[in-house]
Write a protein that binds this ligand. Structure first.
Ligand SMILES: Cc1cc2nc3c(=O)[nH]c(=O)nc-3n(C[C@H](O)[C@H](O)[C@H](O)COP(=O)(O)OP(=O)(O)OC[C@H]3O[C@@H](n4cnc5c(N)ncnc54)[C@H](O)[C@@H]3O)c2cc1C
Length: 372
């Protein structure tokens, strides 16, 4: 137990958002505590396509991407359930790296810089005491002036929680070995969802799909049956499921996934990454958004720690900055996602986009940001 220790900042959640912020603050010699209920390394349900907008940022954090010989993508292939396909160049593009490797590298970097990281530690509750927060965890109680929620999609109490949405999704992921284009990210549609595939490190590929919970329920929540009778109706997915070597016995699954803008600040707490807002995975930049939100929050916290801005001003400025960068992007991502999951709309959208390069370039532009 480490009761009553005091930190300049406590971050709940050591995913990409929490790890990025912890590293940035530690580089300024701030005393930081990062708490995660899991341990590193670990797999996470994610397409593992990382928009190139965050390459320079990760390098600056000290993650040696330039030396890792990672697959890079400059082309996008989309197919409808009937097999109609669209291929286009990606202006910015992306690279492939598993969460297993990336989070482990960031965790080690955070430790190297002096962040106190408590793994296998569950956040339990927080309360406020004048200007500070008391944070209770399974490994003790801690005190801080700055509390940051980076716990991802599911908010523990009493953090801000958005009312449940009507449509929930399930995310399913495999690592596979399959011979396919190195420089391409593919998005294959099926009734009630879509499946991404792209290369990651060591010649492996990530195959990850998102399906409406109601579609899975129609198959008695049996993933195999869903794949056999729905996903494999798309000829591209049929080929993948027939020819790939699957590396897990069972897929990784997460449920109750929703996409919306939540709150970047609420009752004196800062939120970042998916805790502040979750973008639809087809945009391919939830991870970059998580890292960019840490980058923005760090900028504002620097003014606070230097005494140049008050807590209220910092909250106001971060909120404004966050909404400018992500508010519209998240709503637009959700709007586009609707077209990808309805059988007829999907076929029609792909046929239209095939002849309107300008429109799909605009979609990519509206859901992505510049390098930071
Ligand atoms: C199916 C699917 C596919 C996706 N594909 C892509 C993709 O290809 N490219 C892309 O850029 N984005 C993708 N995303 C989005 C991306 O995964 C997220 O946006 C990103 O992981 C957000 O990072 P985060 O740090 O905010 O949250 P997370 O990575 O979820 O981290 C939150 C952390 O908080 C910890 N935590 C939670 N509760 C507690 C608690 N009570 N106590 C202590 N710790 C706690 C968790 O252990 C976790 O490590 C995808 C999402 C889904 C659902």
């Amino acid at each position: 137990m480490h009761d009553n220790q005091s930190y300049q900042a406590i971050i709940i959640g050591g995913g990409l958002a929490g790890l990025s912020l912890a590293i940035l603050l530690a580089k300024d010699n701030r005393k930081v505590l990062l708490i995660d209920k899991g341990e590193y390394p670990r797999h996470k349900v994610c397409g593992e396509y990382i928009s190139l907008e965050s390459w320079n940022f990760l390098e600056r954090l000290g993650i040696p991407l330039n030396t890792m010989n990672l697959p890079q993508f400059n082309s996008l292939r989309i197919s409808s359930e009937k097999g109609t396909e669209l291929q286009s160049e990606l202006d910015l593009g992306g690279f492939g790296l598993s969460r297993f490797v990336l989070e482990e590298l960031m965790y080690k970097r955070a430790l190297e810089l002096g962040v106190t990281v408590l793994t296998n530690t569950k956040y339990l509750n927080y309360s406020k005491e004048e200007r500070s927060f008391i944070v209770e965890t399974t490994k003790g109680t801690f005190k801080t002036e700055v509390l940051c929620g980076a716990f991802g999609k599911y908010a523990p109490k009493p953090f801000f929680k958005k009312n449940e949405e009507k449509h929930n999704w399930v995310g399913i992921k495999y690592h596979i070995t399959l011979d396919h284009a190195e420089d391409e990210i593919a998005l294959h549609n099926f009734e009630g969802g879509y499946c991404g595939m792209s290369k990651i490190e060591d010649g492996k590929s990530c195959l990850c799909y998102l399906v409406k919970q109601e579609q899975l329920a129609k198959h008695n929540n049996d993933i195999k049956s869903l794949e056999e009778s729905v996903l494999r109706r798309n000829p591209y997915l049929d080929k993948i499921f027939s020819n790939a070597q699957f590396h897990y016995n069972k897929p990784m699954v997460i449920s109750n996934v929703t996409f919306s803008v939540k709150e970047p600040t609420w009752q004196d707490v800062f939120y970042l990454g998916d805790s502040a807002g979750t973008i639809a995975p087809l945009s391919g930049n939830g991870m970059s958004n998580a890292m960019r939100s840490a980058y923005l929050l760090h900028k504002h916290l620097t003014f606070l720690f230097k005494g140049q801005k008050s807590k209220a001003e910092t909250m106001h400025n971060y909120r404004k900055d966050w909404l400018t960068h992500f508010g519209g992007r998240i709503r637009f991502g959700r709007f586009v996602q609707q077209f990808f999951c309805k059988k007829n709309l999907n076929e029609a959208s792909i046929r239209i986009l095939k002849h309107a390069t300008f429109i799909h370039k605009q979609i990519i532009k509206k859901t992505h940001g510049k390098s930071f």
